[in-house]
Design a protein around this ligand. Structure first.
Ligand SMILES: C[S@@+](CC[C@H](N)C(=O)[O-])C[C@H]1O[C@@H](n2cnc3c(N)ncnc32)[C@H](O)[C@@H]1O
Length: 306
């Protein structure tokens, strides 16, 4: 017989109604330091470990182009580049609401995350998860803090929702998870200033992209085995029809004169879809991934139209 986990509640605040608690020496030092922006979430498929291989493949003159990223996820490439102009989008509304909150009200996110970090326990995790699921569709700063808290404390940093859109990952096993990293959130806030952030499927880009854009596509990868395909699609994955639609969008943006770069797994289906374009191979060391493959080094393709 399964029993529901015990839960405890943590009350959040609408607006900063009290000054933040006194900073520890380490937090104060972190705030003074101008940190390099980097992802503020653990995100499956994050490109952090591939940056040194992707950067040399950027197009000439990229510094003057608008950076467009329609599958932004944890945003590793965006943060590493910190471009002056950018459009970020993803189909996940909770992820996008969190990016918007960090851009528009980072202090509110930090204040609430501090409250959540202080109250963290296994029981509190299930209380936060239940409050978070009761406010689906809400884009408040409090919900963004709950999103980050759940991401840092859940099992393996996974993001999985049920058919109703409710987050259903169990609590992780971390002894002392780093829930609040103010320096990282401030750095992300600076990188996101003036950036356009939208919740949309990748198809929406067709209306919008133009010459002078650099578009980086990092879709859910085509699985490399039948078992991986079964697991990925059972979790609402991106099927071969979606990969074909994405290739059609890629072709259309190519026709319009945007510079395009796309990552995917190195499998015949993907090589065939993009056979009109330049295909390079990179080797990706991966811990967890969004394509259901195992751990270890795997080959990926980078498809470019320049
Ligand atoms: C491989 S992950 C991106 C990883 C990211 N580049 C990073 O560094 O963390 C794929 C992302 O695509 C998003 N996604 C899935 N289907 C989508 C769709 N149809 N349109 C736009 N985004 C989608 C998922 O929400 C997920 O964030």
């Amino acid at each position: 017989m399964s029993t529901s986990p015990a839960i405890a509640r943590i009350d959040l605040v609408k607006r900063p109604s009290r000054p933040p608690a006194a900073l520890t020496a380490r937090q104060a030092a972190e705030l003074r330091e101008e940190r390099e922006p980097k992802p503020f979430l653990k995100w499956v498929g994050g490109k952090g470990r591939l940056l040194s291989q992707l950067t040399p493949l950027l197009p000439p003159g990229v510094a003057r182009m608008r950076h467009v990223e329609p599958f932004v996820g944890g945003g590793a490439f965006f943060f590493a580049r910190s471009p002056a102009r950018a459009l970020l989008s993803d189909v996940n509304p909770d992820l996008i609401g969190t990016y918007q909150a960090i851009r528009d009200d980072v202090e509110g996110v930090i204040l609430n995350l501090e409250i959540l970090a202080q109250g963290h326990s296994k029981e509190a995790y299930y209380g936060v998860r239940s409050d978070y699921n009761a406010s689906l569709g809400d884009t408040s700063t409090e919900r963004a803090a709950q999103f980050i808290y759940l991401n840092k404390t859940c099992f393996n940093g996974l993001h999985r929702v049920n058919k109703r859109g409710e987050f259903n990952v169990p609590v992780g096993t971390y002894v002392k998870p780093r829930i609040l990293d103010e320096g990282a959130l401030h750095a992300a806030h600076r990188a996101l200033a003036g950036v356009e952030i939208r919740c949309a499927g990748f198809e929406a880009l067709v209306q919008d992209a133009r010459p002078g854009d650099f578009v980086y596509f990092d879709p859910p990868y085509e699985p490399v085995s039948e078992t991986a395909r079964f697991t990925a699609y059972a979790q609402g994955g991106f099927d071969q029809d979606a990969q074909r639609k994405l290739r059609d969008v890629y072709r259309e943006l190519d026709r319009r004169g945007a510079r395009l770069m796309l990552s995917n797994s190195d499998v015949p289906f993907i090589r065939e879809l993009y056979s009109d374009f330049q295909i390079d191979t990179v080797a990706a060391p991966r811990a967890i991934n969004c394509d259901g493959r195992g751990r270890g080094k795997v080959a990926e393709v980078v498809v470019r139209n320049y």
